[in-house]
Ligand binder design. Structure first.
Ligand code: AMP
Length: 293
């Protein structure tokens, strides 16, 4: 495995089917599932580790973001990664980059609650995609709106890259894996209420409830009885991330919930199937996550 610090070194694989898995480090099984998928589908896998300051809207979130490069490199090595790119801020932002407009998919939900977040994401991902020129780039559906923003940004800019989404990976009890979970402390017990509330809506959708009003109200109620107050609960179409009145094509039911000092997001994906709805709840680990090792 090569560990490199510049785009030029990471690009040193011309002619191969290069896959990029961008991360902010403190890796867990969500990242590893993207790496595994990339390894199965392409020939050379590059994982980038860069905690991008411009996508943090809260200084405290940036300064407390967990970091452990040695641990990440060992996990990448064990996962069979070919190249790990660990760029400096100067490498990523040699001069102030013109911000990339994250487009209409960025307007609601996370975009409305985290000013500047998706502009930061679109700008840094555009930089990585143009500097590395990968054939495929892998992103997790845990951040469903991010997938939509990056897809539309790549199309808008004519980037010749396939954006490949991966399933949400969850802890054994259902909590979506996030590097931020290690900061939950005693609030970890309450955090599982987020996935439980979404899964209650999944059960209702599978039993015939298709309306946004019904599904959103159910999630809000389930969160409330667990002592959780969401910033939003929204049913949105999966491509443009615009609120929809019911599940008539693929949609995400997404929420953001502060739990103590940590803000968590999660979603389930719903799609019409004949008279009913099928729900993708992601995949659960069958053992404790490496996050806590
Ligand atoms: P991050 O390091 O949090 O920026 O995440 C890097 C990539 O991993 C992004 O594409 C995320 O969507 C993805 N990811 C993070 N958590 C999960 C998860 N629980 N399941 C699947 N993918 C994830």
């Amino acid at each position: 495995m090569r560990v490199v610090h510049t785009f030029a070194e990471a690009r040193d694989t011309t002619g191969v089917d290069l896959a990029l898995v961008p991360t902010m480090g403190y890796l867990h099984e969500g990242h590893l599932s993207l790496i595994e998928k990339a390894k199965a589908e392409t020939s050379v896998v590059c994982v980038s580790i860069f905690v991008n300051p411009t996508q943090f809207d809260a200084a405290a979130d940036l300064s407390s973001y967990p970091r452990d490069l040695e641990r990440d490199l060992a996990l990448c090595e064990a996962a069979g990664v070919d190249t790990v790119l660990v760029p400096s801020a100067e490498e990523v932002y040699p001069e102030p980059l013109d911000p990339i407009d994250p487009g209409p998919a960025a307007e609601g939900m996370e975009g409305a609650h985290r000013p500047g977040h998706f502009e930061g994401v679109a700008t840094v991902v555009h930089r990585f995609l143009t500097a590395l020129d990968p054939h495929h780039a892998y992103f997790g559906r845990k951040d469903a709106q991010q997938v939509a923003v990056i897809r539309t940004m790549a199309a808008e800019h004519g980037l010749d890259v396939e954006i490949v989404p991966g399933s949400t990976v969850r802890e054994q009890d259902g909590l979506a894996l996030s590097s931020r979970n290690v900061r939950l402390g005693l609030d970890r017990a309450r955090a599982v209420g987020i996935s439980e509330s979404l899964f209650a809506a999944a059960d209702a959708a599978e039993a015939g409830e298709r309306s946004a009003a019904g599904l959103q109200a159910l999630v809000e109620l389930e969160l409330q009885v667990r002592g959780l107050q969401p910033e939003y609960v929204t049913l949105a179409d999966a491509v443009w991330m615009k609120p929809v009145g019911e599940v008539h094509r693929e949609a995400v039911l997404a929420t953001a919930v502060p739990v103590g000092d940590v803000r968590l997001i999660d979603n389930i994906v719903l799609a019409p199937a004949g008279p009913g709805v099928v729900v993708d709840r992601g995949v659960r680990l069958d053992r404790p996550s490496i996050l806590y090792r």
